[in-house]
Design a protein around this ligand. Structure first.
Ligand code: V55
Ligand code: FE
Length: 489
């Protein structure tokens, strides 16, 4: 194609920007809290070229890594493409050579065998290194100071898995990073890798096990004792791909599963618990142990939230009619059987954010994005095609909810959490807020919100002089962590 398609994947907040840019000393309204010293990294999918096919999706767009750098109340901004093998091949050809989302059979023959991943989902910081991730391939390492791409990351040749999740979990006490990869043995393979990197960043464990079906396993959770792998029935099929079809199709009549194993144990010790049919979940807030019980808190919906994954499975419904909620699933490791007990915790939503120190532990509060019933129609754009317009703070123990509702024509990107020096203070949330100013024209600000008092709104706002294409996930890296970066300035 010569032009970008006029579908939702390339319009609204998904309108391609494609500019690598740097802006020093952004304008700040209000005072940036002194706790905020460090960098907010963001993953922004932004297609460098018009796609080969009209029906291309936002999830296929080339990854850009953006950085808001905070130093003593001053804010600088940078955004650069992740120079994946795919990006470099297309840059040289000055056009798209890779075809449909996660379907290599639709590629230009000239790029057969070239790494297809676009590194567009989550920036992850671990053991002094910054990675850009996407679940269909391995991570790319990024220089956190310059945003230069350093190359594909395989733990110095140790990693066997061909894929790595965009949702790793870091234990706050041990500093270990727990992660997995599905389709670990190649396209549509049922193999799942389960890996641990120690606090120095060495891969110290990698085990593989087999899934009951090839599932879009987007996230997983750990507790102090267990590693937990939920599988939902959005499935892949090699014959469909070979016929030029979609990678994912949601199957409303297939059951979901949760695999549970001791986190330092063997995959042979996995127990499988059976979940509801047809449900879907992309993100979990957290999980924790209570004696022999394991609780996991999921952003669950009745069907897949992505229209293109539903439609490939023959499911047709309105986005606004999809039911769901923040739901707790509990399993009892002292009992036989495969039962899951379900408890509702909060209203529907997604893009949850947990304090780093609460990972895998009982927790008092967390945050996620939802809809404000009085906010008017949602802004078009983002991975699923509509933006959230309310920020929720939830106390899972008391079910208490607080909300920061946005007004008409406004939308939210996922926040990061920044701890406060004062242990009695809940810290800060930071997120990009978009506002529609005319048809397909948006202005954006970076908002800083008191994490314990979200209904008070922004305490400081950073004005952004460039259009901000919709973000997927972000990561906060403190100045102290940046000072320990393995790549110096
Ligand atoms: C998601 C995002 C992806 C992807 C698959 O948010 C799932 C869910 C940004 O890329 O490829
Ligand atoms: Fe995600």
């Amino acid at each position: 194609m010569k032009l970008f398609p006029s579908t939702i994947h390339f319009t609204g907040l998904n309108t391609p920007v494609r500019a690598e840019a740097s802006v020093r000393d952004l304008i700040v309204e209000g005072e940036i809290p002194s706790d905020i010293q460090g960098a907010f990294f963001r993953a922004v999918p932004d297609p460098a070229h018009p796609p080969m096919f009209e029906d291309d999706v936002a999830l296929s767009a080339d990854g850009m890594v953006a950085k808001f750098m905070f130093e003593n109340g001053n804010v600088d901004y940078d955004i650069r493409y992740v120079e994946t093998a795919r990006y470099q091949a297309e840059k040289k050809a000055r056009k798209a050579l890779f075809g449909k989302y996660r379907n290599p059979f639709t590629d230009d023959p000239s790029v057969k065998g070239v790494d297809r991943t676009v590194s567009n989902t989550t920036p992850i910081w671990h053991a002094g290194r910054l990675f850009m991730t996407k679940e269909d391939g391995r991570a790319y390492e990024i220089n956190p100071h310059t945003l230069e791409t350093l190359g594909s990351w395989d733990y110095h040749g140790a990693l066997k898995s061909q894929t790595m999740t965009a949702h790793a979990r870091i234990d706050p006490d041990t500093g270990e990073m727990f992660f997995f990869g599905y389709e670990a043995g190649g396209l549509c393979s049922r193999e799942i890798s389960y890996c641990i990197a120690d606090k120095e960043g060495n891969l110290v464990s990698e085990q593989w096990f087999e899934a009951p079906y090839v599932s879009a396993m987007h996230d997983f959770v750990i507790t102090e004792k267990y590693a937990i792998f939920p599988l939902f029935p959005t499935t892949a099929d090699l014959d469909r791909l070979k016929a030029g079809g979609a990678h994912w199709a949601h199957q409303q009549d297939l059951e979901s599963w949760v695999a549970v194993m001791p986190r330092y144990g063997k995959v042979e010790d996995i127990r499988w618990f059976k979940g509801r049919q047809g449900v879907s979940c992309f993100h979990l807030i957290n999980a924790f142990d209570e004696g022999d019980l394991i609780h996991m808190d999921l952003c669950l919906s009745d069907t897949n939230a992505f229209p293109f994954m539903r439609e490939a499975g023959g499911i047709h419904c309105n986005q606004s009619e999809i039911g769901g909620g923040l739901i707790r699933w509990t399993v009892d490791m002292s009992k036989d059987g495969d039962d899951i007990v379900e408890t509702p915790l909060g209203p529907p939503g997604d893009m949850p954010r947990l304090r780093d120190r609460d990972q895998g532990r009982p927790y008092d509060s967390a945050w996620y994005l939802s809809m404000n019933p009085e906010g008017g129609p949602p802004l078009p754009g983002g991975p699923v095609g509509v933006a959230f317009n309310a920020l929720l703070r939830i106390e899972p123990k008391t079910r208490r909810l607080d909300m920061m509702p946005l007004g008409f024509g406004m939308g939210l990107n996922e926040p990061v959490h920044i701890p406060a020096k004062d242990p009695a203070h809940e810290g800060w949330l930071m997120m990009v807020v978009d506002r529609q100013v005319e048809d397909n024209v948006f202005e954006s600000e970076l908002w800083i919100v008191d994490a314990g008092n979200v209904s008070a709104g922004a305490v400081a706002r950073v004005l952004l002089p460039l259009p901000m294409k919709a973000q997927v996930h972000g990561w906060w890296v403190s100045a102290a962590q940046l000072a320990q970066a393995k790549h110096g300035e």
